[in-house]
Design a protein around this ligand. Structure first.
Ligand code: HEM
Length: 525
């Protein structure tokens, strides 16, 4: 074909000019053709010409669904070993793309951050977020920006968190006291911490608006509700894989999710009504500054035409913060205690540091945290080896783009496998070993700046709760280890198996027996 084209060119030139082209004309033309090829084929690959990423061949209609392993994070990691850092997996009619190396994660979360700033909206995500108007699910845009700004400016920033320390302190002391009444008996650590984080966050949002008895009833029910919601979020859902079937909700998951949302909604409405009643009676006016609930109620009353904030938005935001900020923290601290029980030498180091910094006649305060370097390293190592958000929260590109040389079509469901990256031997020495020392005197941070370590995600949709998570995980772990020795019940074996879900947990929850360490009983009140 090339020779035919060449002959055609040769003859045409001859007919037009009456002679044949000389060598320099010929070379110039050749260079021009080569340059055009470079620009169009190599330098600027056409979006249509980049191939889709490789991946396992699926069956017609159902794609890879029949072969899907419920432990998605490790299933995707195995596929990445075979096919490379960008893979595609077809789940029903949905195309999923999974990124599993720091280089491609950087492209998605930093270089093309705005393109990937929308969430993939799952049926359960929509059901729990009042149709996607919360912070975690809302599309990237003015509404999302307003919610995020509210959180950062009014609740989750260092100044505000420092001002709210007394509330966290009170709940942490209650936890220690509750555990003290159970010394010598096996207890579920996750459940104890979950109650505490629920009280932390609700106190921070609406203070003492509800009576103590009412709060304690809710706290007990909360555990069941939150477990079911997280479970429903992690379940494979036909509505997501075949969106055309979503209106039929074939597995009947939606009513279950809605029942739990209504449970929360009743609490929120009760809190709002009570607060309005208090305000109308002039109660609570003496308090310094406004709390989060007051600020949000005021915003509703003010009414903003451009980005309206309504009661539904308030409820969706509260639910988001509770769901995102309780179980994640509880599970991370549970992993930390489990890993330390497994390696008594590390447990000894942690306690030694606590005894030196806090002392045996004292209780842990958040002000001790900057000196508790080993505790901090333990928490960072937990978030490396067992990140609660194994695949981050799924995103979707608002337009087709090319990442890692592959075409990522608009609307695909995108995962970034942080779990796989954080245990890849290319970037970590002995990655499967729990070794907090790797974080001592290191520059690793939690801000997603280095895409080899980003347990809170990265870019504009990264976790909105990092400053709170950082404080409460270390504070709770330090308090639990300083106040008690922890042992497994006789004959029990420690199980460190992970269970995939919207938030990865321990497959078998840690049950351990506490024994007091401190000399004076007053330190447990
Ligand atoms: C150990 C504790 C926590 C971990 C490991 C964690 C991890 C994550 C991850 C991986 C994401 C998705 C980020 C992405 O897509 O790039 C996320 C999102 C989010 N997290 Fe956290 N989180 C924790 C605690 C908290 C806390 C305490 C709060 C607040 C109370 C919180 C609020 C949120 C919110 C609101 C989002 C959605 C942000 C958005 O879409 O703009 N998280 N978190």
């Amino acid at each position: 074909m090339i020779s035919t084209a060449w002959l055609w060119f040769w003859d045409t030139w001859n007919e037009t000019t009456g002679n044949y082209p000389d060598l320099s004309t010929f070379l110039s033309l050749l260079a021009l053709v080569a340059l055009s090829c470079y620009v169009f084929l190599i330098k600027k690959p056409s979006k249509d010409k980049a191939p889709l990423p490789p991946g396992p061949r699926g069956l017609p209609i159902v794609g890879n669904l029949p072969f899907l392993d419920p432990e998605l994070h490790s299933y995707f990691a195995k596929l990445a070993e075979k096919y490379g850092p960008v893979i595609k997996v077809r789940l029903g009619s949905k195309l999923c793309i999974v990124f599993s190396s720091p280089a491609v994660a950087k492209e998605v979360l930093k270089d093309y951050d705005a393109t990937f700033a929308d969430r993939d909206q799952s049926a359960m995500g929509l059901a729990l977020s009042y149709g996607g108007v919360d912070l975690g699910v809302a599309p990237y845009g003015d509404h999302w920006r307003m919610l995020r700004k509210l959180c950062v400016k009014e609740l989750i920033n260092h100044t505000r968190l420092t001002a709210l320390y007394d509330l966290r302190r009170r709940e942490a002391r209650r936890m220690i006291n509750r555990i003290y009444t159970k010394i010598g008996s096996p207890l579920s650590l996750n459940e104890e911490i979950l109650l505490t984080t629920f009280n932390f966050i609700t106190n921070m949002m609406w203070g003492g608006t509800l009576e103590k008895e009412e709060m304690s009833r809710l706290t007990t029910e909360f555990r069941l509700v939150v477990h079911e919601m997280i479970d429903l979020m992690g379940k494979p859902n036909i509505s997501d894989y075949f969106p055309a079937l979503a209106p039929f909700d074939l597995q009947g998951l939606e009513p279950k999710m809605k029942k739990n949302v209504i449970w929360f909604e009743k609490i929120f409405q009760q809190v709002i009504d009570r607060r309005r009643e208090m305000e109308s009676q002039g109660e609570g006016q003496e308090k310094e500054g406004k709390d989060f609930l007051q600020i949000l109620l005021q915003l509703i009353e003010q009414g903003d035409q451009k980005t309206p904030f309504t009661l539904t938005h308030l409820k969706a935001l509260f639910l988001d913060l509770i769901l995102a900020g309780t179980k994640t923290t509880a599970t991370a601290v549970e992993w930390a205690v489990s890993e330390l029980i497994k390696q008594p030498v590390l447990m000894k180091k942690a306690k030694q540091e606590l005894d030196e910094v806090v002392g045996m006649n004292n209780i842990v305060e958040e002000s001790h945290l900057p000196k508790l370097q080993y505790i901090e390293a333990v928490m960072k190592e937990v978030l490396r080896l067992h990140p609660p958000g194994t695949l981050l929260l799924p995103r979707t590109p608002k337009e087709s783009c090319i990442i890692g040389g592959y075409m990522i079509p608009k609307g695909a469901m995108v995962f970034v496998n942080v779990w796989a990256i954080q245990r890849n031997p290319e970037y970590w020495v002995d990655p499967l070993e729990f070794r907090p020392e790797r974080f001592l005197n290191s520059t690793w941070d939690l801000n997603g700046s280095d895409l080899r370590y980003f347990p809170f995600g990265s870019g504009r949709r990264m976790c909105a709760g990092v400053p709170l998570a950082e404080r409460q995980t270390s504070y709770l772990l330090a308090s639990l280890l300083h106040s008690f020795d922890w042992e497994l019940p006789e004959g029990e074996k420690l199980d460190l198996t992970e269970a995939f879900g919207m938030e990865m947990t321990k497959k078998i929850p840690l049950v351990a027996i506490p024994t007091p360490r401190l000399f004076e009983p007053r330190l447990y009140t």
